[in-house]
Design a protein around this ligand. Structure first.
Ligand SMILES: Cc1cc2nc3c(=O)[nH]c(=O)nc-3n(C[C@H](O)[C@H](O)[C@H](O)COP(=O)(O)OP(=O)(O)OC[C@H]3O[C@@H](n4cnc5c(N)ncnc54)[C@H](O)[C@@H]3O)c2cc1C
Length: 302
């Protein structure tokens, strides 16, 4: 894996730059005069395939999927439009909360595939005082949300090696969305029938688990290619075979992924989880993944 992958601009950095550099103001000026139906190409096949879009999309439906998370479906401009986003991408959403002089810009990761026609779906976790997540949870069908620019996550290309590669995916809480996007993309790639994956998904309580039915369906559709293991910090009931107890630890990863299968690893979760796995700033030991033999250049954060 080329080390240049590590020199990409991380989404968080890009967002911070936007916020501090005042570029958001310029974006917003454009957002105010453009909407989905007034775009110069009213029926683009790929809505987000060619860089910044500055488009307003109406909410089609909202479904509460657990105690704090909604699945939001936005309508694309025409029934045959697709998002066209490359793997792995998020979209910067922009809103202007009531009574505020400053816009709010936050990235969210689509969980629908880039070629799904007519709509784009997101899982949005609500934070009690969160500016954007509270706004998104209050949207009603027909209300619009502004989407600004796609933000690139880590690159993905199947390994050129003739021997099959095993990928380790580790997610925490709502950090499952980019991992799910990558997983779906890999399994949908007709040119790659050999990459296999282990997903280790850590949540605080069982009611925080997202996309469980979807993972079960993918395991059935792609036998031998993908396995999901859940680990719950504070389980409500013990004894469920498929659910482990505790956080994502070195011992758990060591048990689940044999040393010979430690290739690329993709991690997305709360800052403390990412720091313990990938090594926090200034950490001397490089984190759990490097201790387990994963190479630094093969460890990616979204
Ligand atoms: C690349 C990328 C992709 C993302 N994709 C998704 C996605 O698909 N779905 C999704 O729900 N979120 C996603 N996020 C997180 C999302 O962008 C927002 O950061 C989140 O919704 C909080 O924004 P807010 O405006 O509601 O909260 P803010 O107003 O920014 O924060 C208010 C308070 O909420 C709490 N809070 C905010 N964020 C967190 C956090 N991560 N952990 C703990 N407490 C927090 C803090 O107490 C904070 O003080 C993604 C983030 C990145 C960087």
């Amino acid at each position: 894996m080329s080390s240049t992958l590590f020199t990409r601009i991380r989404p968080r950095t890009a967002v911070a730059t936007l916020a501090t550099g005042g570029i958001a103001l310029c974006i917003f000026t454009r957002l105010m005069i453009t909407d989905a139906h007034a775009a110069s190409h009213p029926t683009p096949p790929k809505v987000f395939g060619g860089g910044p879009s500055f488009i307003a999309l109406p909410l089609e439906s909202a479904e509460q999927v657990n105690h704090d998370t909604k699945r939001l479906r936005f309508k694309l401009p025409t029934p045959d439009s697709v998002s066209g986003l490359p793997l792995t991408s998020s979209l910067l959403t922009v809103s202007w909360p009531k009574g505020s002089w400053t816009p709010v810009a936050r990235p969210y990761t689509p969980i629908s595939t880039s070629d799904e026609p007519g709509h784009i779906d997101f899982l949005v976790k609500k934070y009690p005082n969160g500016k954007q997540s509270t706004h998104l949870h209050a949207l009603q069908p027909g209300d619009t949300l502004r989407f600004a620019v796609p933000l690139k996550g880590p690159q993905w290309k199947p390994s050129p090696s003739s021997s099959p590669e095993h990928i380790t995916l580790v997610a925490g809480g709502a950090g499952i969305t980019p991992v799910y996007q990558l997983l779906q993309g890999i399994l949908a790639d007709k040119g790659d029938l050999t990459t296999t994956m282990t997903l280790v998904y850590g949540v605080n309580t069982e009611k925080d688990t997202l996309l469980r039915d979807e993972f079960r369906a993918l395991e059935k559709q792609h036998p031998g290619r993908f396995r999901a293991v859940y680990t719950v910090t504070a389980p409500e009931q013990d004894g469920q075979q498929e659910i482990r107890k505790g956080r994502v630890t070195k011992e758990l990863l060591d048990e689940l992924v044999p040393a010979s299968q430690r290739g690329r690893a993709y991690v997305c979760g709360p800052p403390s989880m990412e720091a313990s796995l990938t090594g926090g700033r200034g950490a001397s030991d490089g984190g759990i993944l490097q201790q387990l033999g994963y190479r630094k250049v093969d460890i990616f954060r979204f």
